[in-house]
Design a protein around this ligand. Structure first.
Ligand code: WTA
Length: 627
């Protein structure tokens, strides 16, 4: 992707600065890192605790465990819902849902709380209590948000699985997580097409003994024929109708809120564990200061709650800030290419948090789509998931009026919250994600951990703990340690970047075998593991290849077993196989059948060499190449 030679500077207008919550970034940043406990402690005062924190952080530099608000007790659902109702906002819209088939539903804070309490009663009746695990395999619908909040209310641990995953991808997550309850839906919709979630869930859960109940959220009016262990939500809601109040269960700083599986450098996705109280503080503070959420805002984030962006910036962060959240089930091109622009006009959206791939897709559709809509309600824009290239930045800026700040936010499933970002009050440089959020000590270093000079490329690390840091990797504490020992004592992000003279970060991509396809995080090893389960494939290698629209696309190289032949068209068989193993997001865009793969003498596939050859770049040091 090309980038303009010298980024121009976009300075906030005086009116924005006057109203800003952070009028002086440099001053606040300096103070926040000089005394992080005061910075975070002041923000924690906005939240409600059943036991008010007297201390802010216990940091153990040996185990890398950051225990935030170590002596506090509270509950994130209490802060996201009950607190606002107590303060008189029961009638404020909390959630606006725009379904794929044109459905529209509005939940006030009062109604969302009521539905969450009922759902929590249902879970409780199924034996779910504090510390119990619940998997959620639902499309982006209110039920998904309610199920998450209901788990949080009970102190239970949720694990949301993106509804686009295949049965075997869901199964591997269920196998690791071992939930007591699996919540799923009769179906979802995408581009008008029915997605048979229940069938996928049934295939995935076969023989998994931990799952006592599969709880089904119906979508259609038809009656379902149930299998053993299955219950339908409305039936259970009837049973718990008169159960009365169910106060949020106070939890402590070590109690997990969720486990979210994400791709790494091995074939198996890892369960990133976040705890309630620290995560609450981090997502509250970042949503407040980056998106400047006010009572008059309608906030629209295009992610799916099934990913970390949706967890932190559709569900928890915005609701902790008492925002009105627009949740869209659809895709940006259905029913037409103006989907988002018409949602913005219709619901008077003021904060619009998008992704580079969405913006580039909208660019392809053309300017007439946004031009035909009244976008005057917008005041802050955002982007996440992959680098936002300057061309896309400028286009996004121009079609939305030419004066709105764009928050290009950098962060990860592991960080839980945005780490590097502009603020509405800071000058922006197209192509840059700005500077670290206050209280965050992000740096760019060489292999020994030494900071690199401005202009030099290095690896992004975080030097000190932050509130919504992940606590561990589920059932795999060694994998957690690895993040902190790769470069001893600092958190290793796996991203490369360079800084300019002003300290602005320019992210360049991953340094490991993780690729980002349309913002979705995938491990090359995960794709390869899926490929070699195909009976005709002997060996496989996957690489990310730069793509104008999606940032990266997946190219795979496969070696077939001797005498194996593929039915024509040969690549379809391979694509379909990966799709059914992992889901549509992992389907390879390009397939090449090869005789052999470049390997080191110890047998490791040299993806770097494949990639260099593919892109016509120098192949680098080949001394370890076997042949
Ligand atoms: C990439 C998504 C450049 C990065 C929140 C990171 C970005 C990975 C940006 C995490 C950005 C995210 N600019 N790259 N603004 N935001 N990334 O865990 O490579 O799905 O490591 O979390 O996305 O992906 P994840």
């Amino acid at each position: 992707m090309s980038s303009s030679s010298k980024p121009s500077l976009f300075v906030p207008d005086p009116a924005t600065l006057r109203k800003s919550r952070v009028p002086d970034y440099d001053g606040l940043y300096a103070a926040s890192v000089a005394d992080p406990e005061s910075f975070w402690g002041n923000l924690a005062k906005d939240l409600h605790f059943t036991k008010v924190p007297s201390r802010i952080l216990d940091w153990n530099p040996k185990t890398f465990q950051g225990r935030w608000l170590p002596d506090a007790e509270g509950n994130i659902c209490d802060n996201a819902l009950d607190r606002h109702v107590r303060e008189g906002f029961a009638n404020k819209a909390a959630l606006i849902w725009a379904g794929d088939r044109g459905e529209e539903e509005i939940y006030t804070y009062g109604r969302l709380l009521d539905q969450t309490v009922r759902f929590a009663h249902v879970l409780k009746s199924l034996g779910v209590g504090k510390g119990d695990r619940v998997s959620i395999f639902l499309p982006p619908t209110p039920a998904q948000v309610i199920a998450m909040l209901a788990c949080a209310r009970l102190g239970a641990i949720h694990s949301v699985v993106f509804s686009g995953f295949s049965a075997s991808a869901l199964r591997s997550r269920l196998e690791d997580f071992e939930p007591r309850v699996l919540v799923t839906a009769e179906c979802g919709y995408r581009r008008g097409k029915r997605i048979p979630l229940l069938e996928t869930a049934r295939t995935a859960r076969k023989g998994l003994s931990s799952i006592a109940t599969t709880l089904i959220v119906p979508r259609e009016e038809t009656s379902l024929s149930l299998e053993p262990g299955e219950r339908v939500l409305p039936d259970l809601l009837k049973e718990v109708r008169f159960s009365g109040s169910l106060p949020p269960v106070p939890v402590s700083c070590d109690d997990p809120l969720f486990v979210l599986y994400t791709s790494g450098t091995t074939g198996k996705p890892k369960g990133v564990v976040h705890v309630q109280l620290g995560y609450m503080l981090g997502t509250y503070a970042t949503s407040r200061m980056i998106f400047d959420l006010r009572d008059s805002d309608v906030y629209f984030c295009v992610a799916d709650p099934g990913w970390i962006t949706g967890h932190s910036y559709i569900v928890y962060g915005p609701l902790l800030n008492r925002a009105t959240v627009l949740l869209s089930e659809g895709t940006p091109e259905y029913p037409d290419a103006g989907r988002h622009w018409s949602l913005i006009e219709r619901h008077r959206v003021s904060v619009y948090y998008s992704t580079p791939t969405t913006i580039r897709l909208q660019m392809r559709f053309g300017e007439t789509w946004p031009a035909g809509r009244d976008l005057s309600s917008l005041r802050i824009l955002g982007s996440v998931g992959e680098p936002l290239n300057p061309e896309a930045w400028h286009w996004f800026h121009r079609v939305t009026g030419g004066h709105l700040p764009i928050m290009d936010t950098w962060w990860q499933t592991e960080t839980g919250m945005i780490m590097v970002t502009p603020l509405p009050s800071t000058p922006e440089k197209p192509g840059s994600a700005g500077r670290p959020f206050p209280g965050v000590v992000a740096d760019i270093v060489d292999a020994t951990g030494k900071s690199v000079a401005p202009g030099e490329t290095g690896t992004v690390v975080i030097r000190t703990p932050w509130p919504s840091m992940f606590r561990t990797v589920f059932r795999d504490p060694d994998r957690y340690r690895k993040y902190w020992t790769e470069i001893p004592g600092v958190f290793f992000s796996g991203d490369s970047a360079r800084k300019d003279e002003d300290g602005y970060f320019f992210f360049l991509g991953r340094v490991d075998d993780v690729i980002k396809v349309a913002g979705h995080r995938l491990g090359t090893a995960e794709i390869e593991s899926a490929l070699i389960t195909h009976p005709k494939i002997a060996e496989a290698a996957a690489i990310g290849k730069p793509d104008e629209l999606r940032g990266e696309i997946i190219k795979v190289f496969v070696v077939l077993h001797p005498h194996a032949t593929l039915a024509p068209p040969p690549h379809d068989e391979i694509r379909t196989h990966v799709r059914s193993e992992l889901g549509g997001i992992a389907e390879p865009h390009e397939v090449e059948i090869v005789i052999s793969l470049p390997k080191t003498r110890s047998g490791k596939i040299m993806r770097r060499v494949l990639k260099a050859r593919e892109l016509g770049l120098p192949e680098g040091d080949l001394s370890t190449l076997e042949d």
